[in-house]
Design a protein around this ligand. Structure first.
Ligand SMILES: NC(=O)C1=CN([C@@H]2O[C@H](COP(=O)(O)OP(=O)(O)OC[C@H]3O[C@@H](n4cnc5c(N)ncnc54)[C@H](OP(=O)(O)O)[C@@H]3O)[C@@H](O)[C@H]2O)C=CC1
Ligand SMILES: Cc1cn([C@H]2C[C@H](O)[C@@H](COP(=O)(O)OP(=O)(O)O[C@H]3O[C@@H](C)C(=O)[C@@H](O)[C@H]3O)O2)c(=O)[nH]c1=O
Length: 256
């Protein structure tokens, strides 16, 4: 039976992964949240991996606050880059495959056709730059790894755009959402199934792109969220310029 150690288990994807445990009887899971395993604590990583001896580490721990990262660069890089280097080192030491999740935000958004794994990343915000550095540390130091880039992850857990929209709709009867940033919303459950299929399969190590199949703007996504939840609310399509944010975001980040 393959043993899988999951980090960042209290986040939205971690909680989805936990809910799937019974569907994967041939996998044994151990879950660690930020309290039980801070991935930037090198000594603790060694202690936990030495005790658990996992076959796979699924790293769902990350600094994901895109706007906040602009003013919190040090912490974003500590979690998304330096700690990922520590994970790579501890995985090498204990002969563990590292499965790391990365993001469409490693790209600058200047393309108008889907980004493929051979495209050269060029992040335009701190979060994207920190995630890219994490990828680079893995590539430079490991042979047995999967880096899975995904985009616009949503679920019923944690913080995500879907939950933000539903929360805002409780107190507003009108909402404005950008319609000039294009990407693919990804159900966190589908992402977890994909990650587990890699563990169960025998695909080559390396970088993969995985996202939902619908290409849309955040405005389109908001409309479909409200429709699915039978919420009647006026949604105004606006431009990025009309919704200023601390971090720049790619205009187009469809993963192919
Ligand atoms: N959300 C999205 O739209 C997308 C996410 N991704 C990537 O997918 C992965 C999972 O994201 P998602 O589930 O949405 O993220 P969440 O923000 O929901 O969860 C991340 C978790 O990581 C934990 N964490 C933060 N710092 C540390 C640390 N030093 N040690 C251990 N745990 C830590 C957080 O705990 P605490 O709250 O206690 O700090 C939190 O529970 C991430 O790598 C992210 O970059 C990729 C594309 C899109
Ligand atoms: C709340 C809100 C956001 N927006 C815009 C801001 C932004 O351009 C876009 C998405 O907003 P959010 O801040 O919710 O999403 P954001 O945090 O940018 O989402 C990103 O998170 C990281 C972790 C990733 O890796 C990416 O793939 C992506 O999912 O919608 C509106 O136009 N109106 C609104 O009311």
């Amino acid at each position: 039976m393959k043993k899988v150690l999951v980090t960042g288990a209290a986040g939205q994807t971690g909680q989805c992964m936990k809910s799937l445990v019974d569907d994967y009887g041939d996998v044994s899971f151990v879950f660690f949240d930020s309290t039980s395993l801070d991935i930037s604590d090198k000594l603790k990583l060694d202690e936990v991996f030495g005790l658990e001896r996992p076959d796979y580490c699924v790293n769902l721990a990350a600094y994901t606050a895109v706007d906040k990262a602009e003013d919190d660069k040090e912490l974003a890089f500590k979690v998304n880059a330096e700690a990922v280097l520590y994970l790579a080192e501890v995985c090498n030491k204990y002969n563990c495959v590292l499965m790391h999740i990365s993001t469409d935000f490693v790209f600058d958004g200047e393309k108008r056709v889907p980004y493929v794994v051979s495209d050269i990343p060029n992040p335009i915000n701190v979060y994207g730059a920190s995630k890219l550095q994490g990828e680079l540390y893995i590539k430079a130091n490991m042979e047995r790894y999967y880096i899975v880039r995904t985009s616009w992850v949503y679920s019923d857990y944690g913080h995500n755009f879907k939950k933000t929209m539903l929360r805002l709709a409780e107190t507003r009867n009108e909402i404005s959402v950008v319609n000039d940033q294009i990407g693919c919303p990804t159900d966190a459950m589908d992402l977890c199934h994909f990650l587990l299929s890699l563990i169960q399969g025998s695909k080559a190590y390396g970088i993969y792109h995985f996202s939902g199949g619908i290409v849309c703007s955040w405005y389109d996504f908001a409309i479909s969220i409200f429709k699915e939840n039978n919420i009647s609310i006026k949604v105004n399509p606006i431009s990025t310029e009309e919704y200023p944010t601390r971090a720049r975001r790619p205009k187009y980040s469809v993963l192919g």
